[in-house]
Design a protein around this ligand. Structure first.
Ligand code: ZN
Length: 402
């Protein structure tokens, strides 16, 4: 191993047991994105834990977010608060570290408790995605802070409460914190259980189209009606046909209509798109506006558009590649072989990359089966990944990217 004396000392400070205890404790708290009470408990636990670092911990109010209900009305969507820690804000060279405290398991979900599958495999809600990752981030920062190199740099930590539903109430906060950062690390679990990192990522957008037609009696005067369900169906078919190699479109749900003898005057079509690059987004948005106009004219309905791209595509540019190379070299020096591959998933790394900041967004634990009751954490990866992060931070602080 090619570690300096200084680096060796950093790693010795990492305590596997403390990380595991935290992960188990945090996994026992239900923090589904819609469980505001659970999120509040989780946020307070995190605030206490991160108060061991320098700087001030704050819990920031979520930005207002609306969604469209089945009737097509825009309704407010409540979110939990987001944790922010600013450390040495005046330092000229600063980083961003991000994680999320929410999970995909609602409070009524059957998966609430952890259990050991074998001596090194913990099956628990959020253990990999990403309460274990947050424990790794904290341990790495604590070790890093013990090094004299830490004094010369600063960083912000952001742990949001709404990543699993697209970070709608934290996107502006992420963009603000990304400004001026030299690099960012996000603690999603590795792309594969062997530690492989996610490299480039496509983007994602969620849309609702609210169609308003005119109701009429289906037998007496159907000619006076303007059928919103038919218009929504026409939209769905056209949207699907807009797919190409750089874009997939998934019309997911149509809601609306009423009794069999009524021409329906209202429908909501929901769909998701996955663009590979920024050009695909631009072309899609222009095509969508054109399609809305065509369907409005052809079906004599009005259509309101809600939503948009929540995760811009994340290409890996030269600067981001240099950060990947640094992580790989650091892993190799620790005896960890780290590869990477493109990912179809999205995360806050997309938002950070869109701000022009190099980011590696799978610095968290090794594990798998995330977003399912089989989610597991490979417990020994806590110390392994914390050592990796602590050294990456140390190398960043001592000119590793220059
Ligand atoms: Zn996650």
């Amino acid at each position: 191993m090619k570690l300096s004396h200084e680096e060796r000392k950093l790693i010795e400070l990492i305590e596997q047991e403390a990380m595991l205890k935290r992960t188990e404790r945090w996994s026992a708290i239900n923090s589904g994105t819609r469980n505001l009470e659970g999120l509040s408990v989780q946020a307070n636990e995190l605030a206490d834990a991160f108060a061991t670092l320098p700087g001030e911990v704050a819990l920031c109010d979520p930005a207002p977010v609306t969604s469209v209900d089945a009737e097509g009305r825009e309704v407010a969507l409540a979110h939990g608060r987001h944790l922010v820690l600013n450390v040495r804000p005046a330092a000229p060279y600063r980083f961003l570290l991000t994680g999320h405290m929410d999970t995909v398991y609602p409070v009524e979900h059957a998966f609430q408790q952890g259990r050991w599958l074998d001596a090194d495999t913990l099956n628990a809600p959020g253990a990999a995605d990403m309460k274990g990752g947050i424990a790794v981030m904290l341990a790495a920062l604590q070790a890093f802070e013990a090094s004299p190199a830490a004094e010369s740099v600063g960083y912000d930590v952001m742990i949001n409460s709404d990543e699993e539903t697209g970070s709608l109430s934290s996107a502006a906060l992420i963009a603000e914190l990304a400004q001026g950062k030299a690099a960012a690390l996000t603690y999603e679990p590795s792309a594969l259980p062997d530690g492989t990192l996610a490299h480039s990522r496509g983007g994602s957008g969620n849309y609702s189209l609210v169609v308003t037609g005119r109701s009429a009696h289906a037998g007496r005067n159907p000619q006076d009606g303007r059928n919103a369900v038919v218009a929504a169906a026409a939209l769905a078919i056209s949207l699907k046909s807009m797919e190409h190699g750089e874009l997939s479109v998934n019309p997911a749900r149509i809601e609306g209509g009423s009794a069999n003898n009524v021409v329906p005057d209202h429908a909501v079509l929901r769909f998701n798109i996955r663009p590979r690059n920024a050009t695909a987004v631009e072309i899609f948005n222009a095509d969508l506006q054109r399609l809305i106009g065509i369907i409005e004219n052809g079906h004599e309905v009005s259509i309101a558009l809600h939503g948009g791209i929540s995760r811009p595509p994340k290409p890996v540019d030269e600067r981001a590649q240099r950060l990947f190379d640094l992580v790989r070299r650091t892993g190799a020096d620790l005896g960890q072989e780290i590869g990477w591959q493109a990912s179809g998933g999205v995360c806050d790394g997309n938002n950070i990359a869109a701000c022009g900041v190099p980011v590696v967004d799978t610095m968290g634990v090794r594990g798998g089966a995330i977003h399912s009751p089989d989610e597991y954490l490979i417990a020994s990866s806590l110390a392994e990944r914390a050592a990796l992060s602590a050294l990456v931070l140390h190398r960043l602080a001592t000119g590793g990217l220059q």
